[in-house]
Design a protein. Structure first.
Length: 427
């Protein structure tokens, strides 16, 4: 394999919390060596002059929806992989909310084979926690682990039968499996298109109280205490849920939490024009909630940021707000959108990549996400200052449902490397 030397770069190390000028040598699929000089004397490698751009560990995106099987017209592994590569995402961790659900080893193996053939980036599948994501009977967790499942989740189908969930968590604990929950009290949150409050009332939108998230998290944490399972809350989006999360961590429970790019950069006021591309699940929150969640990421209370890439076709979105499908694509837009927080001074780059790369890799037991010699050469090279106007029709995803269409963004991916191979280079 040809070696690649990236010179004149600014190296982001999320583990050490530093940004330093230097260079990186990629050889045999790994980061062979890092240099504290921008022009090292390496002669047997192809050279890329970064020209002062940032080089960081590739993004590990937990919670990506791909349409296969069942909705290939919305997104395929090929288009999702191309979108990920264009967005600096080197590993996508896919959700099992497909048709049919990924709840048997046979379906999981089909997914792994299809992804390996079609996607230019790493693909790690999650499996359903209960059969059909129906919340009645747990899946064959052991067989699914053997088939390659990295975590177990029913996604937004919250298991309402606490005894079933407790049994599944107990069994997962015995196998060391990671369970990912969606903290919502399903009765309260059913049908909610906005967060309850004055704004939702003025717009006449069916709403859900932020307490639904707090109540769902409280229940899940109680079951974690009871079973000892490894647990990750997929999206924490409200200030009310943060104290419960903090207590769980202080009590020593094996609990981590994530949040979405949309809840960090948008708020409920963005729903003012009833634009269904802004309809996501959970719904967008208040500005106070957004600021609290940003602070939780900065402090490390919230561990992981994800795109929660959810492709929807035009027919699913071009409906009245209450009836429209939830979700937005985010693989390609996540990094430039989150760089808004860097440019506003809310998050520095090491903190951002701690949540995008290091922490998700650690939670899944992956060797990537680190800027050290010997780590996999899964990297993203980007210009944090390059401005552009987002055109959704130029996105690599089959579906174009992004709330950032026409937005002025600042930050562009220049190249993405997987195992040392350039899987994306900007024009």
């Amino acid at each position: 394999m040809t070696a690649t030397l990236i010179t004149n770069a600014r190296l982001i190390d999320p583990e050490q919390g530093t940004v330093t000028e230097g260079a990186a040598l990629l050889r045999d699929g790994v980061l062979a060596e890092l240099f504290d000089t921008t022009e090292p004397g390496v002669t047997d490698a192809d050279r890329i002059d970064a020209r002062g751009a940032f080089l960081a560990p590739g993004i590990v995106d937990i919670g990506v929806k791909v349409g296969e099987p069942g909705d290939r017209h919305k997104e395929s592994y090929k288009t999702a992989g191309l979108a990920a590569a264009a967005g600096g995402v080197t590993t996508i961790v896919t959700r099992p909310d497909t048709t049919p659900a990924i709840d048997t080893p046979e379906v999981l193996e089909f997914i792994r084979d299809r992804a390996e053939d079609d996607s230019p980036v790493n693909v790690l599948p999650m499996a359903a926690l209960t059969k059909g994501r129906a919340g009645r009977e747990m899946t064959e967790i052991g067989f699914l682990l053997d088939a390659g499942a990295v975590a177990f989740t029913d996604c937004d189908h919250v298991v309402t039968d606490t005894k079933v969930l407790a049994r599944a968590m107990t069994y997962a604990r015995s196998l060391g499996a990671l369970v990912i929950g969606h903290p919502q009290e399903p009765g309260l949150s059913k049908g909610g298109a906005a967060t309850s409050g004055k704004f939702a009332s003025l717009r006449g939108l069916p709403s859900v109280s932020p307490m639904a998230e707090r109540m769902g998290l409280d229940r899940d944490i109680a079951l974690v205490e009871m079973t000892g399972v490894r647990y990750h809350a997929d999206q924490i989006t409200t200030a009310r849920a943060l104290p419960a999360l903090e207590r769980a961590k202080k009590n020593g429970f094996d609990v981590t939490a994530g949040t979405s790019m949309h809840h960090l950069t948008l708020n409920e006021m963005d729903l003012a024009d009833y634009r269904t591309f802004f309809k996501v699940k959970p719904p967008l929150r208040s500005e106070d909630d957004r600021q609290a969640v940003v602070e939780a990421v900065r402090s490390g209370l919230i561990d992981i940021i994800g795109s929660f890439h959810t492709p929807q076709d035009e027919e699913s979105k071009r409906l009245p707000f209450e009836e429209a499908a939830s979700g937005a694509v985010g693989l390609e837009t996540m990094l430039p959108v989150l760089l808004r927080l860097y440019h506003s001074g809310e998050l520095d780059l090491p903190t951002l990549f701690r949540a995008l790369s290091l922490n998700p890799a650690r939670r899944l037991g992956l060797p990537c996400g680190r800027m050290v010699a010997g780590a996999p050469a899964d990297l993203v090279l980007f210009d944090a200052d390059k401005p552009f106007i987002l055109d959704r029709f130029k996105l690599q995803s089959k579906s174009k449902n992004t709330p950032f269409d026409g937005a002025r963004l600042q930050g562009k991916v220049l190249a993405t490397f997987v195992a040392g191979k350039a899987v994306y280079r900007s024009a």
